[in-house]
Design a protein around this ligand. Sequence first.
Ligand SMILES: [Zn+2]
Length: 210
Amino acid sequence: MDDALFEPIAWQEDSQPKPLLRDRRALVPGSVAFGPDIDGFQLYVTSAALAQMRTATAQTAPYETLGLLLGRTFRDARGTYTIVAHAVECAEREASPDHVTLSARQMAALRRRALIQYPAEDLVGWWHTHTTDSFYSRTDRQEQATWPDPHHVGILAFMQGKRELRVYRGREARPLAPSGGSAQQSRADREVTSRMPAAEALAQCARPAS
Ligand SMILES: [Zn+2]
């Protein structure tokens, strides 16, 4: 018998399905947009994912934390875009105010938990925190290079300061700027640069008295 006939090819982890067709105008208001990149690619982060990253960032400060991004990549007349619908945070980590690492076991547990929590979404990237506005480190670029799909993204979230997020895309970690454009996007951009008071307060509580 030829066992190869029964290989679950469609389930191989590295197989990338062609993005589904969906008009981005159906996106819920409140998503924050980044891009377009030179090929038109854009990223949309929903308010739910933003809130999850803000809460986790504030609760873990002044230590860095790391998590995974869930959502899906779609295409429409304007090109390909990824929606980050949810963000999950690791339960266990090795962290300080200027680094965070996960063991292979901790990363595997995080992936499992993310897909159990959001079974109908794909892993579309990862996120982690830095104290203040800064760029990807050499280590961050190495981690980003392990994400195989050009539509996978990495998000840097900052504990303090005016800028809240930086976004990188694909193996090469190409930076994606916040989108200008429509009034709705401008409002969303303003919202993301002015932090929620609750997150600020939580971050203050989490900082040790010196
Ligand atoms: Zn970093």
